[in-house]
Design a protein around this ligand. Structure first.
Ligand code: UD1
Ligand code: MG
Length: 454
């Protein structure tokens, strides 16, 4: 059953997450390349929750900016929990952001990122004032235990458990679906006389007239409290992602060695070789083939393009039928139009290469516009930086740059011009002209033999 359309989501995400031992707030730690909190907001979005209230600690402007940007279209609101007095207090802060249009509240924890819509569906099927997700686990250490007594339920936190309770293997996930009025009432009655002197949201289970546990697979409800948990959770998420793409027809020649970020999009008949890492908002179009190992971030790879091993691409656009690498580096702003060839030890930054142009070996092309069908010889360097400012190099169509040339920007090589190998070019070259920029060779007949006999 789906959630009613007046269900709000409250995502508890205040607090540093001390057990992570990191300067980065826990919920911003990436899991498959996307912050933990974003996975949870995504889930609330798939459930059509509105509004989605994220409870944060004071001074969390970075998190708010990130979420507002990433989920620009979402009915997102932020609530601030002034002091980390516990999950119950966080819920109280979040409730202030809701109005009377809300009937039900889906409570989620920002550090529980593996939940799927299927588990939320199971929760909505339960009829109770409070329905909550639970799971059976071999080692329940750290989790709240679900304790049943004469058909009434309560949750006892790890630190508050008696010996008997500690052995209970049914744990609380931290996901609850409640009537708004019941939640408001229960939260107002929370107390903090427990081992941690915190207001536990979990106490709402015992406070409600009716509460129903809904058991799901433990993998769904794993929380991240430390770096070890994060590794475990990330592995599970990674396997899920790989499986999803495999079933959609992506060919991973070695699924265990590839790493795909949660936002990456693949076309049909894409092949990823051993050790490929693809991150960010990368899109790989139909028929593209990425040989491993490679790192690709926030880039677009066109149809039938080939990226060969040991290449590194960031914020780059690779047109269809291009060949890149091996050992190529495309830095931000690199744009290859169709059928471009970029070979080994070529670095391209903030530069466009037009249709069919080639830079096959050992070149640096920065802040440049290269037209169509140009050839850039081995060892060509655009000298784009004078120590203070960056300048542009422009190559019109059909320009040939001989090997080991330095193009001192700002400079323009007009259409069809030809640069002799070993030139330093610091003045514009006219259309169809040949430019030399090197010392003239001098030859002394017989002089080498004379030297040898000295
Ligand atoms: C919580 C549950 C526990 C459950 C486990 C599941 C409570 C008291 N315990 O324990 O029963 O088994 O999750 O993962 O709820 N937060 C705030 N403000 C606070 C404290 C926490 O917003 O003052 C947020 C955190 O950012 C986090 C979430 O609430 O995203 C859970 O807090 P955490 O401290 O990780 O609780 P657990 O000890 O994991
Ligand atoms: Mg936790």
């Amino acid at each position: 059953m789906a959630l009613t359309n007046n269900t709000a989501a409250l995502i508890l995400a205040a607090g540093q997450g001390k057990r992570m031992r990191s300067a980065l707030p826990k919920i911003l730690h990436p899991c498959c390349d996307v912050p933990l909190i974003a996975h949870v907001v995504n889930l609330a979005l798939t459930q059509q929750c509105s509004p989605i209230v994220v409870v944060l600690s004071p001074g969390s402007n970075d998190i708010q900016d990130y979420l507002s940007k990433r989920f620009a279209q979402a009915p997102l609101r932020f609530a601030i929990q002034e002091k980390p007095l516990g999950t119950g207090d966080a819920a109280k802060a979040g409730l202030k952001a809701l109005d009377h249009s809300t009937l039900k509240v889906l409570l989620l924890y920002g550090d529980v990122p593996l939940l799927t819509p299927q588990s939320i569906d199971a929760l909505t099927d339960a009829v109770a004032q409070v329905a909550f997700l639970t799971a059976h686990v071999n080692d329940p250490t750290g989790y709240g235990r679900v304790i049943e007594k004469q058909n009434r339920f309560k949750i006892v936190e790890d630190k508050d458990c008696s010996e008997d309770e500690r052995r209970v293997q049914q744990v609380n996930a931290g996901v609850y679906l409640c009537d708004l009025a019941v939640l408001q009432n229960a939260v107002a009655r929370l107390e903090n006389n427990n081992a941690q002197n915190e207001f536990y949201l979990t106490d709402i289970v015992a406070l409600a007239d009716t509460a129903t546990p809904v058991a799901v697979d433990f993998n769904e409800v794993r929380g991240v409290n430390n770096q070890e948990d994060l590794v475990t959770v990330e592995q599970i998420m990674r396997q899920r992602l790989v499986r999803k793409h495999l079933l959609n027809g992506v060919r991973f020649t070695s699924p265990d060695t590839i790493f795909v970020g949660a936002d990456v999009v693949f076309g049909n008949d894409v092949v990823l070789g051993v050790g490929v890492q693809v991150y960010g908002k990368t899109k790989i179009a139909d028929g593209a083939r990425i040989e491993g190992p490679c790192i690709i971030r926030d880039s677009q790879i066109g149809q039938n393009a080939r990226v060969y091993g040991f290449s590194h691409l960031e914020n780059a656009i690779v047109g269809s039928d291009c060949h890149v690498g091996p050992f190529a580096r495309l830095r931000p702003g690199a744009k290859l139009e169709e059928q471009v060839r970029v070979g080994n030890f070529v670095e391209i930054k903030n530069a466009t290469l037009g249709l069919g142009s080639k830079a096959n070996h050992l070149a640096y092309i920065g802040d440049a516009e290269v037209g169509e069908q140009c050839n850039i010889g081995a060892g060509t360097i655009t000298c784009n930086y004078d120590g203070k400012n960056k300048h542009r190099t422009i190559l019109r169509n059909h320009v040939f740059v001989g090997s080991n040339s330095t193009l001192v920007a700002p400079v323009t090589l007009e259409e069809g011009s030809y640069i002799a190998a070993g030139s330093t070019i610091s003045h514009d070259v006219p259309k169809d002209a040949l430019a030399f920029g090197r010392a003239r060779q001098s030859v002394r007949e017989g002089y080498a033999a004379k030297l040898k006999n000295k």
